[in-house]
Design a binder for this molecule. Sequence first.
Ligand code: NAP
Length: 243
Amino acid sequence: MRTVLITGASRGIGAACARDFAREGYRVAIHYNKSEKKALALCDDLIACGCEAITVQADVSDSAAVTAMVRYVEEQFGKIDVLVNNAGIAMQKLFTDTSDSEWDTTLATNLSAVFYACKAVAPAMIRRHSGCIVNIASMWGEVGASCEVAYSAAKAGVIGFSKALAKELGPSGIRVNSVSPGVVMTDMMAGFCEEDVAALKEETPLCKLGSPEDIARAVVFLASENAGYITGQILGVNGGLII
Ligand code: NAP
């Protein structure tokens, strides 16, 4: 049975991914950092639906913690077929007000975390000559967002990282892709006022914001055999907000 480790699966897009992978018959490792109750409740739900699921805690900005998370899931499931690097944080702030420590935290959580997790899963994937990595980027990593310079830089880094890793790991039978969401209604959007959300909706050609499920479907597709010849790509799931 195929296995998936999803970081930041306690809520939002990651939780939707966990539910979709479970529906597809995967054994699912739900990673969380602080939202333990939500992760455990989701795990119980998946198990009640007949899925094999476990939870694992780690701060993804901590290299040793990420390695321990991967080793734990490998021990529990025997292998990791699919890694979804989804955990992330946003930060809206004027560039001139952004402190060194805010920059460091944003880069560590959104970009270094992806490096740590990929480095930890790659050796076993290379040995098996099979595996799939899906990294969650952002449209702001493609076009840049005012007042989100650190976040945009981190997500642009995720895109460049994914393309380079796809080239390096392709000959080892491993596919690496990014999903680049537009505006998705999760806790991450809590800082946006109603007017800003309405304006973003109006700007979107499909006239609606994304749901976590919209993103999850794209992630599950990229992990599937239907995407067997797709690697190094950025799949924009943004309602046409950037084209
Ligand atoms: P969310 O609802 O705020 O959830 C964030 C998740 O990341 C939570 O599960 C959280 O875990 C985890 N996380 C945060 N910091 C962590 C850390 N230091 N260590 C480990 N886990 C950590 O966010 P979301 O909207 O679902 O976003 C998921 C991904 O999509 C992110 O990479 C985000 O940048 C990207 N994205 C989102 C949007 C959007 O509009 N929502 C658009 C583009 C891209 P705990 O709660 O357990 O601490």
